[in-house]
Design a protein around this ligand. Sequence first.
Ligand code: PRP
Length: 551
Amino acid sequence: MNGTYHNPLGIQDHMPLETQHKSEIQDRMRRLFARRGYRLIEPAIVEYLEVFTNPVSAIPPENMFTFTDGDGRILVLRPEMTTPVARIAATRLREEEVLRLGYMGPVFHYQGAEDTASLKEFDQMGMELMGLSGAGADAEIIALAVEALRESGLTDFFIDLGQVEFFKGLAQEAGLSEAEVEELRRLVEKKDMLAMEMLLISRGVSQELRGRILALPLLYGGEEVIHRARSYSAHPRCQAALDNLAAIMEALRQAGVANAVRIDLGLVQSLGYYTGAIFRGICRELGTPLLTGGRYDKLVAQFGRDMPATGFALSTKPLMIALERQGVFTAAAVPAAPAPLKIALAKGRLAEKMIDLLEACGIDCSQVRNPDRKLVLRDATGAYEFILVKPSDVPTYVDRGAADIGVAGKDTLLEQNRPLYEMLDLGYGKCRLCVAGFPQGVKKSVTGYNLRVATKYPQIARSYYAAKGEAIDIIHLNGSVELGPLVGLSDVILDIVESGGTLRANGLAVLEEICPVSARLVVNRVSLKTRSADILPLIEKIKAQLSENHG
Ligand code: PRP
């Protein structure tokens, strides 16, 4: 061991000041547990793998740290706390009819070798109410989530409340299979309108029903959303979901916390796991939710006890970052002026077009036109801040909340597959993602090696060929991909084709078309809500401008 020793990626030491802040928050949570009659338990950190691989599990095994015990059985560092609590409820506490339990401690996520930024160990605190169904129990746990955030010192936050049955009812009305419902859920979560539309068209869903499903993410706002959603679907599952939400809101009003809660029927996380009302806590200072929760009536049954349950988990680290940014833990003052809306622009061709569009919307872009090597620029009013980034980095800035909005090619978005809201097809930067090679096609090898695919898009290549059931070797290049087949490095390339000029000049041709590509406007998941008053009007202006350009 020498002086260069450092922690494994994603693992951190916690220094005295941070540790002090954390124990202050934990003390507050312990007091909340005691005040509300929630008993603190400490589930084991190591479990058998099968505890987490039940059919309703929310976390896939590839995202867990596993190892074996002396008998060769696979052990796992717990990836979340609710499942161990459910196991305990079904076994050691099975004599108790209703359980109110609280926990705090580390959980572990393995994100794959290519993820070099996410934390792999993080602390969670949570509360579980087991043995009670009905809106009263949901409201109790949501009110506790609000109380926990307030107790921590957080001032500016809200809880988004949805109901998975509303989505499931609509999907049933559309006659989708289970796999298609999951695919649609993923797209709704990302607000990828285009891909949603394509999936629904391919399933023969009527235009009228398509319109309703596509507008789901817009069912967001105050309690009036519940009334608006009444006419959405007569399906009994949808109507029951709305009855449930209305009853929960009524109970929350009586508890005096309804004003911290908004309705979001586009909220559709982990459908296999959640069975009813779901919610998450968000605040302006963070690009990702800091609290998630909901009803999970099928989990305890996986351990042999039929028991309805609801609960929430709060991640300590994001909470502490939010508190610091709100000035709770530091002397740093909260900025007095409203923060500008941050827009990440891909340097190069895509930026030019976007600048034209923004100017046409009346936004001053003179600084961006002449950046003079500066990377952060403002408009004259200070309402907008432009960040000039490499095209392939746009999704990273937006996902992590360093930018509220970004413009990136659909190819980059598909490759990175991050949870962003894709709000608008800007219609420029049009090209196609294709497989290309020599026009006579690929000569099959006698020794039968895998097809060698040279590409700037290894993730797209992996999933495209996996879907076709074809094994490939991926050769990851950063540019001039067409060289691959010319110098015998690969059999084909997977790349974007715009005019086709580069292919023609090199004696290559398109062999398969994968999908069309164009520039998309993407929005950070939390910014869309916390800054909706700035973002939605801007999107409307851009939309109007686009249709004027086309008209
Ligand atoms: C892109 C793409 C193709 C070319 C396609 O490369 O990777 O090589 O454009 O355009 P065309 O069909 O109009 O010929 P880019 O110009 O970004 O350069 P790179 O190869 O260095 O990445």
